[in-house]
Design a binder for this molecule. Structure first.
Ligand code: SAM
Length: 329
């Protein structure tokens, strides 16, 4: 799949549910309305959809949400998709999770063929964790991290940098992650979906975070890439890798190799644009995959050059109405 700008699309992110057991303040309002369950693709349909993308050249699949591990029977989807790893059609099957259920799922995920997981963790402070996630418990996530490592999964931590909330803790998080043999990636807050408050106050440019870190650590640019949008440095003092995802301070669209499908089968060609294609109708219209394949081709031919979201200080509206939990982070 080659898009109009010559980019090969080889990475599919699949949101398997919009539901989550956390209510992170920058992500959702506390009283979120979720999709009716009947609108969701079944796990069998998700398998068919992913397999159609693999037939078209996708080499990496990330399962996400909402919280992917709250979807009932989700391990069966990993087990089913694992067959593509064994045939060599797929290079990587992975997930992004808040870690709350990892203690239970780490070993079955590893057995299904998962090798690496991204775990979102914005703070190591129990009270602050509660304040950010509203419903989360730090102890469960820490137990999840231990279980993931015990199962032999490589863990990368994702931290959303929040002004005045966790900005002072980033050096501590870096030492923690690297001390445990985990990579750490920092993410800028993106203006996606209505939340209870104003987001402009949370925005912390990573250019500033990097400059501050560079006062205490030696950061060496790396060519290392995981197929995602992060740019990495090696931290000399810890020996570990640190990634930066900077959708606002640095547009990373020129190397975009990704598309995203929601749990209802809507394909978004760009996280930061509204244009989308419905894949559920062609998926359900016949048992074969011809209609689906045509719909995917047509959508890829519309992939935009890039996103243009900005944190707008004049307006409290998000740049996009869609929450990250719908499109999949
Ligand atoms: N529940 C899973 C988790 O917590 O990782 C997967 C879905 S979550 C939407 C994926 C990632 O998106 C998390 O790291 C979360 O912190 C991040 N995220 C959510 N809303 C965001 C926003 N508005 N800006 C930046 N990152 C956001």
């Amino acid at each position: 799949m080659i898009d109009p700008f010559g980019r090969a699309i080889s990475y599919l992110r699949v949101s398997v549910t919009d539901r989550c057991d956390f209510r992170c303040v920058y992500c959702m309002a506390e009283d979120m309305t979720f999709l009716p369950k009947r609108d969701l693709l079944t796990l069998e349909e998700l398998d068919r959809l992913c397999s159609a993308f693999i037939d078209k050249g996708v080499r990496k699949i990330r399962i996400t949400g909402g919280e992917p591990l709250v979807r009932r029977n989700i391990v069966s989807l990993f087990e089913a998709l694992g067959r593509h790893l064994r045939t060599g059609a797929l290079d990587e099957l992975t997930l992004t999770t808040n870690g709350s259920q990892l203690e239970r799922f780490a070993a079955p995920l590893k057995a299904a063929g998962v090798r690496r997981v991204n775990v979102s963790l914005d703070t190591l402070d129990r009270e602050k964790f509660k304040a950010i996630t509203r419903w989360g418990e730090l102890g469960k996530v820490m137990a999840g991290l231990r279980a993931a490592q015990a199962a032999g999964l490589q863990v990368k931590l994702n931290l959303v940098a929040l002004k005045g909330v966790n900005e002072g803790e980033i050096p501590e998080m870096l030492r923690f992650a690297h001390g445990e043999g985990m990579d750490l990636t920092l993410i800028e807050t993106m203006p996606l979906g209505d939340i209870d408050g104003d987001r402009t106050g949370q925005y912390l440019p990573l250019s500033l975070v990097r400059a501050r870190l560079a006062e205490a650590f030696t950061l060496q640019d790396l060519d290392y890439r995981t197929g995602g949008p992060a740019r990495y440095v090696r931290v000399r003092e810890t020996g570990g890798r640190l990634g930066f995802i900077t959708p606002l301070t640095h547009n990373f669209c020129e190397s975009c190799n990704r598309v995203r499908v929601t749990c209802t089968g809507t394909l978004y060609m760009c996280l930061g644009q509204e244009d989308a294609a419905d894949l559920r109708a062609p998926l359900r219209a016949s048992e074969g995959n011809d209609l689906l394949a045509c719909a995917i081709d047509e959508a890829i031919s519309r992939k935009p050059k890039g996103h243009d979201f900005v944190i707008d200080r004049r307006s409290s509206r998000p740049a996009l109405a869609r929450h990250m939990s719908v499109t999949g982070g």
